[in-house]
Each structure stands twice: as C-alpha cells, then as structure tokens.
Design a protein around this ligand. Structure first.
Ligand SMILES: O=C(O)CCC(=O)C(=O)O
Ligand SMILES: [Fe+2]
Length: 331
C-alpha cells in the first residue's frame, strides 16, 4: 500500500562554510552541506588512498560490492569476494576504514564534524558507529528511504545518531547523490518500509518528493538521524566517491562489551546460542559487525563472517585473508 506522506519537500539549505549557519540549517532542515571541510590536497590524498584500498580489496578477493544488474527489477544482492573479471561494479563499500590507514582516523576525528556532532546530540557523549568508503557508479540502484535510527520501534523527539558524508568527488544528482527530504526530521515518524514478498527487497511506502544533496568534492553533508534520506540511483558516467562516518550516542550498545572483552578460551567453549546472547549476532544493515582483529582470528559474528582486511598498499607487505566459501555475508 502506498501512503501519501504529509511531508512536502522544500529545497534544502544553501551550502555554507559558517558553522553557526550550519547548525541553524541542521535545526531547520535536519542536514547541512558544509563546504570546503577538506582542502583540495586532502581530498586527493584521501581519494587516492580510498581508491587504492577499494581496488586491492577486489584484487585480493575480499571486496563488498554489488554488480550493475537488476534481478526481477530489484537491485542485485550484496556480494563478498572477488568480482568476476570484467564485471561492472556499481557499488562498493570499503568497511571499517579506521583499520585501513591513518588518514581515515584523522578524518573521523575532524574537529568541524565534532562541532556539529556536539550540537546535534546536545553534548551527550557519542562514539563512532561506522566508517565506510563508498564507491557509487552508473547502474547503482540506491537505497530505500530510511532514517538512521529506523529500527527504533517508537518515535523519539531528538536525534541519537548523526552522519558526516564526506564527498571525495562532486555529488551531482545523477551520480547517486544522497536524496533527502528537507525538514522531515520534524515529522515525528520514520518513513514506512515494507518487504516486497516477490523480491524479498525493502520498498518505500512513501510518495514524498526528495532533493539530491548536491555538493562539491571536499564538502561534507552532515545529517541527523531523524532525516528521511537514501542513496540515489546513479545514471552518470562519473563515479561518486565518499566516506560515510557515523556516530551514535554512547548508550546505543551493551553495558559490557563482551564481543571485545570475552576471553578467547571462554569464547571457544560457547555454543552458537550463547555467543548470540553475548552480542555476536549482527544485523548487517545496522549494528554489530565484527571484523577479525588479525588474520586467523577465530572470533566472528554468529550469522555472518567478514574477512581480515588491513591497510592494503600496492606493492605493500600486508595482505587480506579471504576465507573458504565467501560469497555473501548477509543472512
Ligand atoms: O550513500 C548515501 O548516499 C547514503 C547512505 C546512507 O544513508 C546509509 O548508509 O545509511
Ligand atoms: Fe542512512
């Protein structure tokens, strides 16, 4: 069923370098485009590093990607491993960037991002929730409209999470730029999503208009977790490159971090059910991904497995460790 939304999209705020204006934009629209967060040199250094890492994850057979194909009208499943030779990769995610180079850690700590973060989350302590490199090419099917705290089954009056989408290429409308509904953070609800029983894929129940958050390379789209948004479809020959850094309030996790602190000998003895109860289950789109700490780490999620992937440099000595039977890590 399609529900007519009561929200009507307006144009978003004008991109700005003024942090105080950016905060007002966040209050009024749920997002802001902060121009020139990075210098051109910083952009090219991060872009080169991200592209090198993305290419080597393909070559070493540990890439997370989607091909530019549609299956029954729906976007292709996410794959894990080595893309077939000559295949056209429409989307690639480079996960857990903080394990993959100092430049990515420095970006995660960017002081301007955190000035916005303190404003959005009202001073409540928060931590990094994800740091993902995104490569979006022609044929990429985009995402379903969502908010970033979508799984919370009730309305909340404040954001508890925010994202800094740092553009390493220009973001143009037809490059799969993030589509947003300006002002939707004040709607008091999350957009409706249903699973299509024929394709098994998520579909939106909304008919609201969206606008692309267009910006120049080096800008950051800062958005809070009540904003309705999604990755747009890409029809351009230009590649969209970005780093998506997410941060969540401190309590969006368990009191005790057993996934990190469980002793190895205790872990070895546990049943799958016990591991699940101690937090090893992952909901792949949202929380709990466990990446091996070293090649050969036996600890893993109960319902998914990720390969060990260090900082990969062309001609470098560190390598990824694929595992048997890789194909998809989504269940
Ligand atoms: O890639 C984009 O434009 C948006 C990504 C996003 O919204 C998400 O991963 O939650
Ligand atoms: Fe999102």
């Amino acid at each position: 069923m399609t529900v007519q939304s009561s929200i009507s999209a307006t144009e978003g705020p004008i991109p700005t370098r003024d942090i105080e204006q950016g905060k007002r934009n966040l209050d009024a629209y749920g997002f802001t485009v902060h121009e020139d967060l990075l210098t051109p040199d910083e952009v090219s250094q991060l872009r080169d590093r991200l592209c090198e890492q993305a290419e080597l994850e393909c070559e070493e057979g540990v890439a997370t990607y989607r091909l530019a194909e549609r299956v029954d009208g729906a976007i292709a499943d996410r794959k894990l491993g080595k893309p077939p030779a000559g295949a056209s990769i429409a989307w690639q995610g480079v996960l857990a960037l903080v394990n993959k180079g100092r430049d990515f850690i420095d970006l995660a700590m960017h002081p301007v991002v955190h000035e916005y973060g303190r404003h959005i989350l009202g001073g409540t302590p928060y931590y990094m929730a994800q740091s993902t490199g995104l490569v979006v090419r022609k044929g990429s099917g985009g995402q379903v409209m969502h908010i970033d705290h979508q799984p919370i089954p009730f309305q909340i009056p404040v954001p508890i999470y925010f994202h800094a989408m740092v553009a390493l290429s220009d973001f143009e409308g037809d490059m799969g730029a993030t589509q947003v509904v300006p002002g939707s953070h004040l709607s008091g609800r999350a957009p409706g999503i249903a699973i299509n029983p024929e394709t098994g894929k998520a579909e939106t129940l909304e008919t609201v208009d969206t606008v692309p958050a267009v910006c120049r390379a080096g800008s950051a789209i800062i958005f809070e977790s009540r904003l309705w948004h999604f990755q747009g479809t890409a029809t351009s020959d230009k590649t969209r490159l970005s780093i998506l850094n997410g941060y969540c309030m401190h309590f969006i996790r368990a009191q005790d971090d057993y996934v990190a602190s469980l002793h190895d000998d205790v872990y070895q003895e546990l049943s799958e059910e016990e591991r699940r109860m101690l937090g090893f289950e992952v909901v792949t789109e949202y929380t709990g991904r466990y990446y091996p700490r070293y090649a050969g780490d036996e600890r893993s999620n109960t319902n998914a497995r990720y390969p060990f992937i260090p900082e990969l440099r062309r001609g470098g000595s560190k390598h990824a460790r694929p595992f048997e039977g890789m194909g998809s890590n989504e269940h």
